[in-house]
Design a protein around this ligand. Structure first.
Ligand code: KET
Length: 398
């Protein structure tokens, strides 16, 4: 039966975690996976999350199946976080939101919905993008193409080329966009660029599909939702998948959501129904525990400001690591401009290191990053940053 089954080549990000874990060198540094580590190199349990979890456990509520679309308190808290409480799209009941198994689960449910209801749609992703975007959309049966995005020469966005490409893609295509903290490059569109892009998407009748996995890691919770709120203001129909994995440090709880902003309340009802049908025939309903923790943190008058301060502290610590990285590498490799370490946003920096240089870093220095040259800046701390920066500088110079 299974003789013809081919081995899985492994995921470029998750497989690296296994290799890192098996490495016995004590000075090893993990800059691979997009996880926030604290100054001691640990995944933090945020006090806001710990307190919310204690309350959930203390309440001792039963654990029924959630409704297919997830818990009502979770879904409404997510909507307020994304669009801002009281946004017209919420008042007009135009948003269909489901609680999903991580934002990955939401992204895939949305892709399955598109395949069913917009069967001719092609998906367009940025060049480069998170590898799993392509896998998930192809896995849903959609043809996936890429539009120009990152400019390796200048380190910015090839915005004109991106617009030209989007002017030429077939009408009805899905355009996957990183709402903030672009993965893997850390290079985001400016607000002014979003303001140019949003009318073009409408004019060309393209379906924006936003991935918001790092809300709060760029410039702040509201700031990082700029694209989502402007799209909502513009009257656009679009999808947004958002994650709490990073912003609440609850990776394994698999907390995320998928929201579809629709033309009117009736359409939103039908879209929600079909999203539910997709969920029901895949995994039936989302898990209860993590979502309740998230909902408590978002809604509680004490825990909410605590969480926002914790998120700001994570953002600031990453920024401090960017400064040190910039200082050490600039000193060791003179004559080159490393300002990109400072201007890139979110967890990631795109270093321009080649796959061969990445291999050398791993083999000689036990510094791990994915072969695209992306580093997770949040894997650096005051113990390892000088070492990792020196190692990168050595490899860059040689
Ligand atoms: N979108 C983006 C852009 C993203 O970087 C990730 C995770 C996700 C979605 C999925 O997050 P979830 O936990 O399903 O809500 N990225 C990191 C981990 C991974 O690859 O799974 C990473 O890029 O390292």
């Amino acid at each position: 039966m299974f003789e013809h089954v081919e081995p899985f080549a492994g995921d470029p990000i998750l497989a690296l975690v296994e290799v890192f874990n098996a490495d016995t060198r004590s000075h090893k540094v993990n800059l691979g996976i997009g996880i926030y580590f604290d100054e001691e190199g640990r995944i933090p349990v945020l006090p806001s999350v710990r307190k919310a979890e204690a309350r959930v456990v203390e309440a001792g509520e039963p654990k029924p199946y959630l409704p297919i679309e997830g818990a009502a308190n979770f879904r409404s808290a997510v909507q307020a976080l994304l669009f801002g409480a009281g946004h017209p799209v919420l008042r007009e009941r135009r948003v269909a939101t489901i609680q999903s198994v991580g934002s990955s689960g939401g992204l895939k449910v949305g892709a399955d919905f598109i395949r069913r209801w917009l069967p001719k749609a092609q998906a367009w992703v940025s060049d480069p993008t998170w590898d799993n975007h392509r896998s998930m959309f192809e896995g849903a049966g959609l043809a996936v193409h890429s539009y120009p995005y990152y400019d390796p020469a200048g380190g910015g966005v090839r915005f004109d080329a991106m617009l030209d490409a989007l002017r030429a893609v077939p009408e009805g295509s899905v355009v996957l966009l990183h709402a903030c903290c672009h993965n893997p490059t850390g290079v985001d569109l400016t607000h002014a660029q979003w303001d140019v892009l949003i009318p073009l998407l409408a004019e060309r009748r393209l379906l924006p599909y936003l991935d918001l996995a790092y809300q709060g890691f760029g410039d702040g919770i509201a700031e990082d939702a700029y694209a989502i709120r402007r799209l909502a203001d513009s009257g656009a129909t679009f999808f947004v998948a958002n994650s709490f994995s990073k912003s609440m440090s609850v990776y394994g709880e698999r907390c995320g959501a998928l929201s579809a902003v629709c033309a009117d309340a009736d359409e939103a009802e039908r879209v929600l129904g079909q999203l539910k049908f997709t969920v029901r025939r895949n995994y039936s309903s989302p898990p209860i525990h993590g979502g309740q923790i998230v909902a408590h943190v978002l809604a509680d008058a004490d825990l909410r400001p605590l969480w926002e301060a914790e998120l700001a502290a994570m953002r600031d610590r990453i920024q401090a690591m960017r400064q040190t990285l910039h200082r050490v590498i600039s000193a060791k490799v003179p004559g080159r401009d490393f300002s990109y370490f400072l201007t890139q946003r979110g967890m990631f920096s795109y270093t321009g290191l080649s796959a061969a240089q990445v291999d050398r870093l791993r083999e000689e220095f036990a510094v791990y990053l994915v072969r695209s040259g992306r580093i997770c800046v949040a894997g650096l701390n005051h113990h390892n940053v000088e070492y990792a920066a020196q190692a990168m500088a050595t490899v860059m110079a040689g």
